[in-house]
Design a protein around this ligand. Sequence first.
Ligand SMILES: *Cc1c(COP(=O)(O)O)cnc(C)c1O
Length: 449
Amino acid sequence: MNQTKILLDESEIPTHWYNVVADMPNPPEAVLGPDGNPVTPDALAAIFPESLIMQEVSTERWIEIPEAVREIYQLWRPSPLYRAHRLEAALGTPAKIYYKYEGVSPAGSHKPNTAVAQAYYNKQAGIKKLSTETGAGQWGSSLSLVGKMFGIEVLVYMVKVSYHQKPFRRSMMHTWGANVIASPSDTTQAGRSILEKDPDSPGSLGIAISEAVEVAASSPDTNYALGSVLNHVLLHQTVIGLEAKKQFEKVGDYPDVILAPCGGGSNFGGVAFPFLADKAAGKEVRLVAVEPTSCPTLTRGHYAYDFGDSIGMTPLLKMYTLGHDFVPPGIHAGGLRYHGDSALVSQLYHEGLIEAVAVPQVGTFEAGVQFAQSEGIIPAPESNHAIKAAIDEALKCKASGESKTIFFNLSGHGHFDMASYDKYFSGELEDYDYPQEAIDAALHNLPKV
Ligand SMILES: *Cc1c(COP(=O)(O)O)cnc(C)c1O
């Protein structure tokens, strides 16, 4: 029988996360402090527990997943790998298309994979409260979900435009017991300084990060949690790729190309890095990060040291960036609107080990609708980026007659994003290329190091 869902037993949930740093040709670029010198791990101790800081700088290939974390993973992991037979037929492609579905988590995306781990380590460190930011709401939901499980209070700064666009994401966070504030807000100095300049600011992830970090830095029992970008976040997400490798083994197949939507890089790193280990060992596999043309961080940004937030409170990361003062256009894939990118993803891209492609908004919804009409699942707008790029690959195969194995990460479902689908159907969505002037201008505001 031609298998559609390739499933693993709960006993096959990975026991260790995979750390790509062990297989990178060059060590990661240093994280710099405001003085331009490398940040020492204890400089981060005001907002992160030591265990996560150690993971952030670890060079060990395998890091054990605590039993308590694996137990919570059992609520939705292992996630299914699907063979997209019906999409293949609809496209008439000789390519084989597979997707890993992370929408089976209670929050509906891959983000709980790291939220569980972060809450666990903070609880171990005696932390009572976690502050964070959220764009589209997926990360805020994910941290809210695990807060109660570990008895940790959760405070979420939600980007104002999304706060109003996505009331039900807010309701979800409330249901799980979190406190949600629209950002920029008057509850922090960072928020007040933005509102002074622009009372109607729609907010951005960078601004919300500034607010959440400020709260954590000024209170000893409060820490900060980040849903993407940092090395330890990508580390936790490798459960996706590790499971996928076992699933491909079960059906005796192996991907030629792996695609994932890329915002801060966590689901891309999560699905792709375990395969990079094979690539380092000589195997042919293409790893492609897919981003929007409206926020083309990897494909058109500068590879430079920049702040992680908008007002310059965080250490400097060497990454592809559109400038920390980037205020993104109100496109609908909220999770892909960050100005920067994971330092690990950025470095691997810079060194030519991974690829990146940018796709325009309307085409991503077209792809998402075609996917929903053949496979059933309604994807998150972020995930539609990977679907669009996967369909493009499949159509290339159709033209060339090649039967490649295409694998993409379906990072989440779109059940809370139906307003964006409605806009697509009513023709209100537009393609938007981030202007070159803005990219050039960003160069002048990068911190001098
Ligand atoms: C947050 C999110 C993304 C983008 O974030 P990454 O850190 O790049 O993975 C993609 N898809 C979904 C469903 C998300 O929630």
